[in-house]
Design a protein around this ligand. Sequence first.
Ligand SMILES: [Zn+2]
Length: 483
Amino acid sequence: MTYSGIDRRGLLKGATALAALAAAPGTLSAQPARPAKGPAAPLPPRGEFIIRGANVLTMDPKLGDFAIGDVHVREGAIVAVGPKLAAPKAQVIAGRGMICMPGFIDTHWHLWTSLFRPFVRADVAAVGYFPVSNRLGQLMAPDDSYRSVMLGTAEALSAGVTTVHNWAHNVRSPEHADAELSAMRDTGIRGRFAYGPAQGMPDDQPMDFAGMARVKGDWMPGDGLLTMGISSRNVGAMSIGGAARGVLTIEQTKRDWDGARKLGLPITLHTSGPSPIRQLEEAGLLGPDVQLVHPLLTTAEERAILKARGVSYSLAPVGEARRPSAVGVIQLGEMLEAGVKVSLSTDHTTNYNCDPFVGMRILFALHQHRIGDKIPLTVKRLVQLATFDGAVDLGIADRAGSLTPGKRADLILVRTTDINMTPVGDPYEALVSLAQPTNVDTVMVDGRILRRAGKFTRLDHAKVVRDARQAAAALRERAKWPA
Ligand SMILES: [Zn+2]
C-alpha cells in the first residue's frame, strides 16, 4: 500500500514515473518512506445536521445575516439557511452563543515547512525561514512531508480554516507528492495541492510534468475536496527568499507555465521583491488562472494589468508585516481600490501560528495606520476576504466561501461566550478585533464534523504531535544540526 492508497505496481512500470524519480534532485533512498495505510481513521460520516439559534453570517449578499438563525445540512450540502427551519430528522447542534460562518479559506501555505519550528528564529537571519527550509527541505523523506503537512493541516482546522492552498514547493519525488496529498486527505480538509519544484532544483530543469499528470490521474477528481495546481519558481530578481527558491528567466517561466496549462492546472507565484508583472504581461503569460503572492511593491500601472487579466493576489499579513519597508508595504488598500481580486493566507507556521483572526486584525491596523479613510475598509469586508474572496481566488466559489443553499457545508462555529469575546456586540467587530483560534468550537468540512467543542472528532491529536516531534528530531540528526 502506498500513500495514495492506489496499487502503484502498474505505475512503477511506467517510464514516466522512473524518469520523474531520476529527475528528482538528491537521493533519499537511505530513508525509506513509512507509507500511510490509507486514512488513519475513517473520516466522520456526512449526516444530517441543523445548527439552531446561531448568529449566522452567510457571506452571501442575497441571503444576508441572521441574528438568530438556523443552518440545515444534509449529506455534505447546505439545504437551507434562515430562522426556525423545519428539519425533523436532523441532529441538532446548539448554536446559541455562537457565530456560524463559512470556514476560513487560506490561499497560500507551505505546509511542508511546519516541522521546522525548532530550527527557525524570527530574529536571527542565519537561521531564518528561508535558509532553514532550503537546507532541511533537501533532507526530507516522504514521511517527513506527510507528518509536516499533517501538523500544518491539523492546525489549520483548529483555527477554523476549512480550505487550504497547499503551496508545495518541495516535491522531491512522486512519493513526496503522494505523502502531502495523503495528509490532506486524512484530515478531511478541502484544499488545492500546488505541485511545485523541489528545493535546490536547477532553474534550467523543467518542472516534473509527468509527475503532475500522474497525480492528476491518480488523485483528481476524487470526491471534489482536493484540487490541483502548480507552484512556480520565482521570476526575475528576488530580494526575499533569494536564489534558494529559483530565479527563472521569462523563457524558463513560459516553459513551466505552458506545461501546466497543457494539463489544465492553475498557477501560483511569489512576487516579493522587484515585480515581474510587466515582464509576465509582455510575454502574454498573465490570466485568470494565475495567483500572485505578496502584493508589496506593485505600481498603479501593474495593478491595472492585474485587474484587466483577472489575476488574483494573496496577502499573508503576519509574515509580510515583519518584512523591512524597503521590500514594500502591504498593499491591501491599493489592491482593493484597483479592483484586483484579493485573498488572505498564512504562508507558513514555522515562527508564527495559524490565526486568521490575527491576520484580519493586522490588516485592519496597518490599513488604518497607513491609509485610513482614504480607501474605506470595514471589518465585514475583512471577513469576506478571509472567506468568500478566498473561494473566488481558488476557483471554488461554486461550492465554498458562503453559507448558500446548494453549496457544500464548510462552516465553523465561533463561541462568543468566551472571556475574550463576551459580551459580544457586532459579530464582525468581534471576529476581527477580539477572536482567537481557541474560540473556534466546531469545524465542518463538506458536511463532516471534524472538530466539536474544540477537539478533533477523529484525528488523533496526540499522534499528530508525537509524529511531528519525532520527525523534527530525526531531521536534526540527519542534518547534524546546527553544523
Ligand atoms: Zn509563501
